[in-house]
Design a protein around this ligand. Structure first.
Ligand code: GLN
Length: 506
């Protein structure tokens, strides 16, 4: 059995799922191998907590269940969770000193759905090996804002992995685990997936429960899967999705089988042209100044491939793209300032060692517990919500948000899927964007879909050129609300004729 284990070391989730079902490998073997690789690549900084003992126990339980006839497809496959999801058996710090050592009394719904389930629903039986590093409270685009140190991009250790789900992206790219969860508020699944050369999907707002996801900006936060392929993401998304009465914004909708949907032919499809009849909209604002030439050429090559599969490329316009940055960087901090007020050091979280009065305890605890980017956001948020500025900033931003959603609705009368780059450049070097504004500006292509609540996906589409030859480029696909199946189908078809998603750094 273990003679074939090396074959599975870097295999994708689909392969592992089949190998487990065929008893070619055991969950215990896969889990041990994942733990070994995590230890061997500790220098990446991808993990904040690893639970070797708990993972091996869960793996043995999965093997026993399978031996007893359990055929759940993801049973026993190793998985990592972004440290923003609370877990009963592991700490959840959200990358913050404020939550150092915090262990929740319950599992986030997404954790339970992928793992051992809850009272009112069954889990997929995956094995959680650990929690991944992230920007503090998911605020960032480079994973340089974690209180526990940066994450390195496995393709080039000098490069950032993207953020805020940088640990999850690096862990999957380095083949430490076949799958990881991420969250995306303004790009945090798509952008690190792009920069690490893996596949990730941010579903429609409300599709996956936010219960147990430490909140950043509640009207934008959305969980999603990160893995090697669209097939893998489809399998994970099927398991993650479902109405949750514990989350007031969770959508009530039958859960599609996203894997089965991958092979459902589009209305106009032929065998040679599986995407025939599909209109792909290219927003002119996503291909203008500021887009690096190497990213543009990789994206355009990927679009040619998609065209060769039968899709038609059409020009569309999202005129308010530029305004997504100020709108997002008002709305997200506003919500963050409110959400983060719960960290008062009374019930949980870091408490300062010495204080005389209650107000001093609050102030010192928060001053010590939060990092600089989090403080910046809290201050911006409190400012834009304050009496006298609310109308000038917050209200205006909300109006822009509505107009951005209208732009998309208009574009989707002309096309079925929107495509473009995920990020204007490949991953930059750690330390190169010390100015927070420079980080914010790099979110230009991901923020709009978040503001409109639309699903967005990142698909490996090549590499940069010259000095960037080892820095991956992602193709972004954006769909109408609940068009996850369509996005996954396009990505899956693209991955049948491309092999960027098969490249691994080591
Ligand atoms: N980069 C964006 C920010 O810093 C998005 C982060 C996210 O999606 N969590 O807010």
């Amino acid at each position: 059995m273990s003679a074939s284990l090396t074959d599975f070391a870097t295999a994708d989730l689909r392969t592992l799922s089949a190998a487990l079902a065929a008893r070619q490998v055991s969950s215990a073997e896969l889990t041990r191998a994942a733990l070994d690789r995590i230890a061997a690549h500790a220098d990446l900084g991808a993990f904040l907590h690893v639970d070797a003992e708990g993972a091996l126990q869960a793996a043995q339980a999965a093997d026993a269940a399978r031996a007893a006839g359990d055929t759940r497809p993801l049973l026993g496959v190793p998985l990592a969770h972004k440290d923003v999801f609370v877990t009963r058996t592991l700490p959840a710090t959200a990358g913050s000193r404020m939550l150092a050592g915090y262990v929740s009394p319950f599992d986030a719904t997404v954790v339970a759905r992928l793992g051992s389930g809850a009272d009112d629903f069954a889990g997929a039986g995956m094995v959680t090996v650990g929690k991944t590093n992230m920007d503090e409270f998911a605020m960032g685009s480079a994973n340089e804002n974690s209180a526990y140190g940066p994450v390195r991009n496995p393709w080039d250790l000098a490069a950032i992995p993207g953020g805020s789900s940088g640990g999850s992206a690096a862990a999957v790219a380095a083949r430490l685990v076949p799958a990881a969860t991420g969250t995306d508020t303004g790009g945090s699944i798509r952008q690190p997936a792009a920069m690490c050369g893996i596949t990730g999907i941010k579903p429609t707002y409300g599709l996956c429960s936010r219960y147990g996801m430490i909140a950043f900006a509640s009207s934008l936060d959305q969980a999603g899967p990160m893995a090697q392929t669209a097939w893998d993401c489809a399998a994970l998304l099927t398991a993650m999705t479902g109405f949750d009465p514990r989350d007031a914004t969770s959508v009530q909708r039958a859960v599609p089988d996203y894997v089965a949907a991958l092979d459902q032919p589009l209305p106009g499809a032929t065998a040679a042209q599986p995407l025939k009849g599909l209109r792909i909209g290219l927003p002119r604002e996503y291909f203008g100044t500021g887009l690096a030439a190497d990213v543009e050429s990789a994206v355009r090559d990927a679009l040619k491939t998609i065209e060769s599969l039968g899709a038609t490329l059409v020009d569309v316009s999202l005129p308010l793209t530029e305004l997504s940055i100020p709108a997002y960087y008002i709305i997200a901090p506003a919500e963050a300032s409110s959400n983060l007020s719960r960290f008062d050091a009374v019930r949980f979280g870091h408490r300062t060692a010495q204080y005389k009065a209650l107000a001093e305890m609050y102030g010192k605890s928060r001053a010590e517990g939060f990092g600089p980017e989090v403080k910046r956001r809290i201050m911006i948020g409190a400012y834009v919500l304050s009496h006298g500025y609310y109308d000038a900033y917050y209200l205006q931003a909300q109006k822009i948000r509505r107009l951005i959603a209208d732009d998309f609705a208009r574009a989707f009368t002309q096309c079925d899927v929107i495509a473009g780059p995920v990020s204007p450049t490949v991953a930059w070097n750690r330390g190169d964007k010390a100015d927070p504004l420079a980080n914010y500006l790099a979110d230009i292509y991901t923020l709009s879909a978040s503001l409109a609540g639309l699903p967005g996906m990142s698909v490996p589409a090549g590499f940069g050129t010259g000095a960037n030859a080892r820095r991956p480029v992602g193709l972004q696909l954006i769909g109408p609300h609940f068009a996850e199946e369509r996005l996954l189908q396009v990505a899956h078809q693209f991955q049948q004729v491309s092999d960027w998603h098969r490249r691994s750094p080591f």
